[in-house]
Design a protein around this ligand. Structure first.
Ligand SMILES: NC(=O)c1ccc[n+]([C@@H]2O[C@H](COP(=O)([O-])OP(=O)(O)OC[C@H]3O[C@@H](n4cnc5c(N)ncnc54)[C@H](OP(=O)(O)O)[C@@H]3O)[C@@H](O)[C@H]2O)c1
Length: 242
C-alpha cells in the first residue's frame, strides 16, 4: 500500500521554528510583483520536482480556488510543450526549475569524494591489505544509494530525491561489489554499510543517531571474522537491498 501524502511526517511540522522561516520566505515573495496565481504555479512546479505530494496537493487546491483552468494546472509538469503559458510565465518557470535543480548539478564534488576518492584510496591501500591476514574494506554508503529502496513506494524515502548524492552512493555500492569480486579468493572482505541517520554536519545535526551509534555497524564490518560476509550491504537493522 503506497504511503499517502497525509501520512508523511514533514520536518517543517516537527520543527516549528523551521516553519516560521518558510512562512517568512512566502511572505517576502508575496510582497513582490508576481501575481498570486503565478506564485502558486511556480510553487507547484517546484513541489513536483521535489516529489513533495503534500505540497503538490496544497498548490493544486490553491490554484483551483484562485480560478485557474484545469488545463493550466494539469500541464505545469510539461509546461515547455504546453500552449497555456505566457512568455513571462515560461521565463519564470525556467528560472524556477534551474534554481530547484541546483543540487542536481553540484554532483561533481559529491562523486569526487564518494566515487573517485574511494577508488584512489582503495588502490593505494590494496598492496598493504593484501599483506594483511584479515584485510577489511568498509565503504560508508547510504540507503539513499539503494535502488531497491529508491523504487519502494511504501518506504518513507520514496518522495526524497537527491540525484547527485543518491547516484554517487549507488556507484559506491557497485565499486564495493567490484572489489569484492576482484578479491573473492583472498582473505580480504569488502562490504558497504549504511550508518543510519546520524547527527553530523551532513544533515546539520538533524539525524536521530549519535556518532557512536552510526559507527557501530561500520566497526562490525571492520572486525569481521574469516567466515564473515563479503559483497554485503548492511545497516544496523540488517541487510539492505542493492
Ligand atoms: N549522517 C548521516 O545521516 C549519514 C547517513 C548515511 C550515510 N552517511 C555517510 O557517512 C559518511 C560520513 O558522513 P557524515 O555524516 O559524518 O558527514 P559530515 O559530518 O559532513 O562529514 C563528512 C566528512 O567527509 C569529509 N570530506 C568531504 N569532502 C571531502 C573530500 N573531497 N575529501 C576528503 N574528505 C572530504 C569532511 O571533511 P571536512 O570536515 O574536512 O570537510 C568530513 O570529515 C558519508 O559518506 C555520508 O555519505 C551519513
Amino acid at each position: 500500500m503506497p504511503r499517502r501524502w497525509w501520512s508523511l511526517t514533514n520536518p517543517a511540522y516537527v520543527l516549528p521554528d523551521g516553519l516560521k522561516g518558510i512562512g517568512a520566505i512566502f511572505k517576502a515573495i508575496g510582497h513582490g510583483d508576481i501575481s498570486h496565481e503565478l506564485q502558486e504555479i511556480l510553487a507547484l512546479r517546484t513541489s513536483q520536482i521535489n516529489g513533495c505530494s503534500a505540497c503538490v496537493h496544497a498548490h493544486n487546491q490553491s490554484l483551483v480556488k484562485a480560478g485557474e483552468s484545469v488545463e493550466r494546472i494539469a500541464a505545469v509538469a510539461a509546461w515547455r510543450e504546453a500552449p497555456f503559458y505566457t512568455d513571462a510565465e515560461r521565463a519564470a518557470l525556467e528560472l524556477t526549475e534551474a534554481v530547484t535543480r541546483l543540487s542536481d548539478r553540484s554532483g561533481e564534488a559529491v562523486s569526487e569524494t564518494n566515487v573517485f576518492g574511494v577508488i584512489e584510496v582503495t588502490n593505494a591501500m590494496l598492496p598493504l591489505l593484501r599483506r594483511s591476514p584479515a584485510g577489511r574494506i568498509v565503504n560508508v554508503s547510504s540507503e539513499r544509494g539503494s535502488i531497491g529502496r529508491a523504487l519502494n513506494q511504501d518506504h518513507p524515502l520514496w518522495p526524497r530525491l537527491n540525484l547527485a548524492y543518491c547516484s554517487a552512493k549507488t556507484a559506491l555500492n557497485m565499486i564495493t561489489v567490484s572489489y569484492a569480486k576482484e578479491l573473492w579468493h583472498t582473505p580480504i572482505k569488502v562490504n558497504a554499510v549504511d550508518p543510519g541517520w546520524v547527527r553530523t554536519d551532513i544533515n546539520q545535526g538533524a539525524g536521530i543517531k549519535s556518532a557512536e551509534q552510526g559507527a557501530a555497524p561500520i566497526l562490525v564490518m571492520a572486525f569481521l571474522d574469516a567466515d564473515g560476509p563479503t559483497a554485503a550491504f548492511v545497516q544496523d537493522e540488517g541487510p539492505l537491498p542493492w
